[in-house]
Design a protein around this ligand. Sequence first.
Ligand code: SF4
Ligand code: SF4
Length: 234
Amino acid sequence: MNNLKEEIIKKLYELYQRETAHMSFACKKGCTACCTQNVTMTATEGEMILNFMVNEDRLEETNNILRQAKTTYIPQSTPNNSCGDQNTADENWDFTPCYFLKENNCSIYPVRPFACRCFFSTSPCSLDQPAEQPEWLASLNWMMIQLIEHVGQGEFWGNMTDILLELSSQGRYIGRDWQGEGIKVDRARFRLLKAEPVREFVVDPLAQRKIELFLQRISKTAINGGTIGSILGM
Ligand code: SF4
Ligand code: SF4
């Protein structure tokens, strides 16, 4: 099932990229003020990152990153359980630069999670100047985040560091010497939440029609002998 989940998530990334390709943003290569450790994601997205690191022969680097990483941003609810509260005003918001940044570029760019893919701004932003997005795009992003959680329902959802720590403890990715980090992994697992199905999409009424049309396109998209809609029960 996880391969199918991965295929669906990749297809959702692709559809989203096409939907937003015509827009112009202030974002450009090397602009990284938004790359902090507040990233959240599903376990499937975490597996995609770890598989990428295995293929790139960067597992030792991953071990070192996870040993040193501290989780300060801990979401209290998943998107599908939060009634549209996007956890943006959390007092634990952590502005420490993301550990995957290398020479001002994302070193896992092909497999960066959706939370990174949807972070655009129409004006240059910084620590003092938050990102700006049109309302409909913020709504579209939230719908996609809900949908990706729906794909991962039943698995862990939470802070990127905690997801990667939890997956690493399964022994598929990390070598024998990881065993000594049991307490760190237990704490990460304790902080994680369970991904839930969509009960209803939280959409700005002005963006509703646009998002409905996009959802219909997603639903009809062919995958694995069926459609995304038939597989996800949409
Ligand atoms: S969201 Fe802001 S910091 Fe991030 S790339 Fe765009 S302009 Fe730069
Ligand atoms: S994973 Fe990549 S895109 Fe996402 S915050 Fe880290 S460096 Fe930035």
